[in-house]
Design a protein around this ligand. Structure first.
Ligand SMILES: Cc1cc2nc3c(=O)[nH]c(=O)nc-3n(C[C@H](O)[C@H](O)[C@H](O)COP(=O)(O)OP(=O)(O)OC[C@H]3O[C@@H](n4cnc5c(N)ncnc54)[C@H](O)[C@@H]3O)c2cc1C
Ligand code: FES
Length: 376
């Protein structure tokens, strides 16, 4: 038995596949493929067999509602896994241009084979969401970042968990619910789930199935523009007893539009409770003043420059005819990260002013104060 195990290990080490992988990771391969690196060449032949880039193959596509698409993805071996509630940057090529957007996988973090499930809700003008809805097919390869974000369940798990979601914001809390169910969580779970109507409600059938199987789970739905739900209207304190014995002390996770988050925060503040964990997919309205903007913004790599309009640098770059890569447009995903070579910028989220040369900044939330040069 032992001898067979050893010989098969040795066979693996010298098999064409094992040898190929060793060669792929060797410095010789890196030197031979300079300046593009091994991945650029391998990608042309076997898109999933890359040295360091994370890629995933779409293995199944389904449509839960008329305005969404649910994709099952099989990531390559560079994927390091995720915690339920985190998001990934998903890149697709549309008309020869790569676009990246953050999506929160909705599956359990314990899904068999590390499979990921994305549910993408389409926006009427949305580039990537409409592309995925219209063109994603089994076999499509997409780019992925490693998982990011701290909207996650604590470990060890809390005794009581309250999940609140609105619209497409169901995805990260669905991942938490599925993960807790897979772990045989024995505490109380309450789930308030809001959608516009029954037709647009995501994961309705699965929520019913999970509730039937788990007596500690209570789910209540509210349709803000339709009938037939247990809850009436938008979130309010009166909805809480429908799913949880006592909301104070429950680890609470809220994901949805800013108005839902504001309502939950207001109830929690009034009750003197600690802030719930929140996430929104919608870029926040950032406040900044363009009056008095001065100086020149230089985009060194493209040889362009423009008078500083006082807007965030991503918008100034787009106004100058550039198309920098971006994802969330709210300082979360790091897709727009770019090197500022000189100048002073203010981060609109943190308020921090930084003057250091040669630093990476998130241009979607950075406004220039005077002359600024970017490596763009
Ligand atoms: C951390 C995080 C996780 C996310 N997870 C998911 C997810 O699991 N499922 C999902 O469907 N989406 C998710 N999103 C939103 C997603 O990243 C994209 O914003 C969305 O798919 C629209 O991209 P697009 O390219 O289609 O639209 P774009 O071409 O980027 O934008 C088109 C228009 O739609 C508007 N718009 C863009 N996004 C939104 C929005 N979220 N709400 C309202 N208007 C918008 C823009 O202002 C613009 O006018 C997540 C966002 C973040 C920040
Ligand atoms: S686009 Fe996500 S951090 Fe700037």
């Amino acid at each position: 038995m032992v001898a067979r195990a050893q010989s098969s290990r040795l066979a693996g080490a010298t098999s064409p596949r094992g040898l190929g992988r060793r060669l792929l990771h060797s410095s010789l391969a890196e030197a031979l493929t300079f300046p593009h690196g091994v991945d650029r060449y391998v990608e042309l032949v076997r898109p999933l067999l890359l040295k360091r880039d994370v890629r995933a193959e779409v293995t199944a596509v389904r449509h839960q509602t008329p305005k969404s698409v649910t994709l099952t993805l099989r990531p390559n071996e560079n994927w390091r896994g995720l915690q339920a509630g985190q998001f990934v940057g998903v890149s697709v090529e549309i008309d020869g241009v790569r676009h990246t957007r953050p999506y929160s996988p909705a599956g359990s973090q314990h899904a068999a084979g590390g499979a990921l499930e994305l549910t993408v809700s389409t926006h009427p003008e949305g580039r990537v969401s409409r592309h995925l809805r219209e063109h994603a097919r089994a076999g499509l390869i997409v780019g992925l970042t490693q998982a990011q974000g701290d909207f996650v369940l604590a470990d060890p798990r809390p005794d009581r968990v309250l999940l609140i979601s609105g619209g497409s914001g169901i995805t990260p809390v669905m991942a938490m619910l599925r993960t807790l169910c897979d772990e045989g969580f024995e505490g109380e779970i309450g789930f308030l789930n809001y959608a516009r109507s029954r037709e647009l409600a995501l994961y309705g059938a699965e929520l019913d199935r999970l509730t039937d199987r788990n007596e500690r789970l209570s789910v209540a739905r509210g349709f803000t523009r339709g009938r037939g739900a247990k809850l009436t209207g938008r979130f309010c304190r009166e909805h809480l007893p429908a799913v949880i014995s006592e909301h104070s002390g429950a680890a609470t996770f809220v994901c949805g539009p800013p108005a839902l988050i504001a309502s939950v925060r207001a109830v929690w503040a009034k009750d003197g409770l600690a802030e719930p964990a929140v996430e929104t997919f919608t870029p926040a309205a950032l406040s900044f003043d363009t009056d008095g903007a001065e100086g020149i913004v230089s985009f060194a790599a493209s040889g362009r420059e423009a008078a500083n309009s006082g807007l965030p640098l991503l918008e100034q770059a787009e106004d100058a005819g550039l198309a920098p890569d971006h994802g969330c447009r709210m300082g979360i995903c790091n897709t727009c990260s770019c090197r500022k070579t000189t100048g002073t910028v203010r981060n609109l989220v943190t308020g921090q002013v930084s003057t250091a040369p040669d630093e990476q900044i998130r241009i979607c939330v950075s406004v220039p104060l005077g002359d600024v040069a970017l490596d763009l």
